[in-house]
Design a protein around this ligand. Structure first.
Ligand code: ASP
Length: 589
């Protein structure tokens, strides 16, 4: 290796040394009498100054943006000017004794030197290798590397063993569709790509590994919502002989260590724990952003005799009226936008009233009695110039819709400020075990079918009270994102069978899908539990990135396509024949 330094390693302490650098011409500026080349490598940039009298001057005039260069030269103090302070190595420059062009480059489709981007995301993704030359993406991937390596170091020191589990496997249900891979050698049979290593990590506990982890690639074929990737990376953990507290406590220490080592940020532990029912009741979300307040108050009691039809019918049907204080006098346009959000989340509308001079006006205020007004002001503590927003419906719909309104208000009113905590972690615990799926008219699992109910709820399997069973499950929430989740698992074969039956699998169906796992449970299974966190989302929040795409080297676009490599794409008929696949007329384009 000829290189002596990375660009950013140089500073005034290198003045007088001869160095050899290799990198890209980030910016090229020629003035009469000198060429200035800003040389860039993965560390940063440094200026190379080539005066007309320099023997490298003729070569330097050939250099264009993004040419690859090798520069040998002397480090010298740079004359102070406007630019010198703009970057880390600004106080020095390189005077070449030799300048070589190692590679030329076509003009790039968008600037990669830090000037504001106007290129569409489509173009940037097509030329992802160029986009990755830009500092924000490069630094985000470096941060990602540091996060992963500090996870390895921490878990290694705690006695965890990293084990790889298969990519070509059988379906592991996490509530999404599987990506299937046809088998050439077993006509008509398919592998599934893992939605998570769930069953394998549990098998590793049966196999006495005691503490396992993996930086695992997972695949879920879901309807693509904004900022989801069909393949993504999890930190997957499983531990034997543990209770909920053990898993949470280990993860708190791990997160604290990772944030300290990578960002030098102190994360206070333990993280607050919020039962699921409270999270929904107070914030209308199972992943509440707690960097700001705006908790709901329950106005059902105060409005129990309300003459306002919407409140009256919600309460008569056994529902609730929840109220949220927007700390601003909202404009009509803002209210309309919030109402749209509420409706998209199941509400029929969004009732409102403004707070002015110790009373309420506008919106639905004409339907409120003075006593109701006073009561509402009292329970909300609302101050003048704020707006009350109501969710009146079944409990579920009211809190969810108002929860979505709360998040929309955060963005609209810019409630996250420089004073807000940069990273707010919490656990949501005490999830229901099952949720009712009206489409199938049957229960389905809330986390996955291997999650243990709380011990005291075990007798409820198969009874009408099944819907009220609680799970020993937990979610990790960071700044309003669900960044992880896990549970204590079922380790008794008979309980596992009851769980399968509860979600509508007959014992025979369960055997067909998970027979190998049910067999394994019978050979001495330790109590165990674990968790997985989404590395992509965690790093995106750490990097302050808007999208997880900014922390993934080669992401898919919002339609799940890799537009650079052109995937997915059609394959030739010979390949399909080998795989025993015939396309239907409809799918041939
Ligand atoms: N397998 C679960 C998931 O991917 C995590 C866990 O339960 O450990 O969400």
């Amino acid at each position: 290796m000829k290189r002596t330094h990375y660009c950013n390693d140089l500073s005034a302490k290198n003045v007088g040394q001869t160095v050899l650098l290799q990198g890209w011409a980030s910016r090229v500026r020629d003035t009469k009498g000198a060429n200035f080349i800003v040389l860039r490598d993965r560390s940063g940039i440094v200026q190379v100054t080539v005066e007309a009298s320099n023997s490298s001057y003729p070569v330097s005039t050939e250099v264009r943006s993004e040419f690859v260069l090798e520069v040998e030269g002397l480090v010298q103090v740079r004359e102070e000017n406007n630019q010198t302070r703009q970057y880390a190595t600004g106080e020095i420059e390189i005077i070449p004794t030799r300048l070589e062009i190692l590679s030329t480059a076509k003009p790039v489709p968008f600037p990669v030197d830090g000037t504001p981007l106007t290129a569409s995301e489509e173009v940037r993704m097509r030329y992802r290798y160029l986009d990755l030359r830009r500092e924000p993406l490069r630094e985000a991937l470096k941060l990602r590397h540091k996060v992963v390596s500090s996870i390895y170091n921490f878990l290694d020191a705690e006695g965890f063993i990293s084990v790889e589990t298969p990519m070509l496997t059988k379906s592991t249900p996490e509530g999404a569709r599987d990506y299937l891979v046809p088998s050439r050698t077993n006509p008509g049979e398919f592998y599934a790509l893992p939605q998570s290593p769930q069953l394998f990590k549990q098998l590793l506990m049966i196999a006495n590994f005691d503490k396992y982890f993996q930086i695992a690639r997972c695949f879920r074929d879901e309807d693509l919502r904004a900022d989801r990737q069909p393949d993504f990376t999890q930190l997957d953990i499983e531990m034997s002989f543990v209770e909920v507290d053990d898993v949470l406590e280990l993860n708190e220490r791990l997160i604290q260590d990772v944030f300290k080592k990578t960002l030098d940020v102190d994360i206070p532990i333990p993280f607050p724990r919020l039962p699921y029912a409270d999270a929904m009741n107070r914030f209308g979300s199972d992943k509440p952003d707690q960097r700001f307040g705006l908790e709901f108050a329950d106005a059902s009691g105060i409005l129990k005799d309300s003459g306002f039809g919407v409140f009256k019918s919600a309460l008569e049907a056994g529902g609730v009226v929840k109220v949220l204080v927007a700390p601003a006098e909202l404009t009509r346009k803002q209210i309309e936008a919030l109402e749209f959000t509420a409706k998209q989340n199941g509400a029929k509308g969004l009732a409102w009233a403004k707070v002015a001079g110790g009373s309420l006006e506008g919106g639905i205020s004409k339907f409120l009695s003075p006593i109701e007004m006073t009561g509402l002001l009292e329970i909300t503590g609302a101050l003048a110039n704020s707006t009350l927003l109501f969710g009146a419906d079944s409990w579920d719909t009211a809190v969810k819709a108002l929860g979505a309104v709360r998040v929309a208000l955060r963005d609209e009113l810019k409630l996250i400020t420089a004073d807000s905590p940069r990273f707010h972690f919490s656990w949501v615990v005490d999830f229901p075990l099952l949720e009712f799926d009206p489409e199938r008219s049957a229960y389905t699992f809330m986390h996955h079918p291997f999650t243990s109910p709380t011990i005291k709820d075990l007798p409820k399997f198969g009874t009408p009270e099944m819907g009220s069973m609680k799970a020993r499950a937990y979610d990790l929430v960071l700044n309003g994102f669900e960044v992880g989740g896990g549970s204590i698992r079922i380790h008794q074969p008979d309980v596992q069978e009851k769980m399968f039956n509860a979600i509508g699998f007959s014992t025979q169906e369960a055997r067909e899908r998970f027979g190998f796992f049910m067999d394994a449970l019978e050979y001495g299974t330790p109590p165990h539990g674990g968790i997985a966190w989404g590395i992509d989302r965690m790093v995106a929040v750490m990097a302050g990135a808007d999208s997880i795409r900014d922390v993934i080297a080669f992401p898919k676009n919002a339609r799940g396509a890799d537009i650079m490599a052109d995937a997915p794409s059609v394959v030739d008929s010979k390949q399909l024949e080998d795989l025993h696949i015939k396309l239907s007329e409809k799918s041939i384009v």
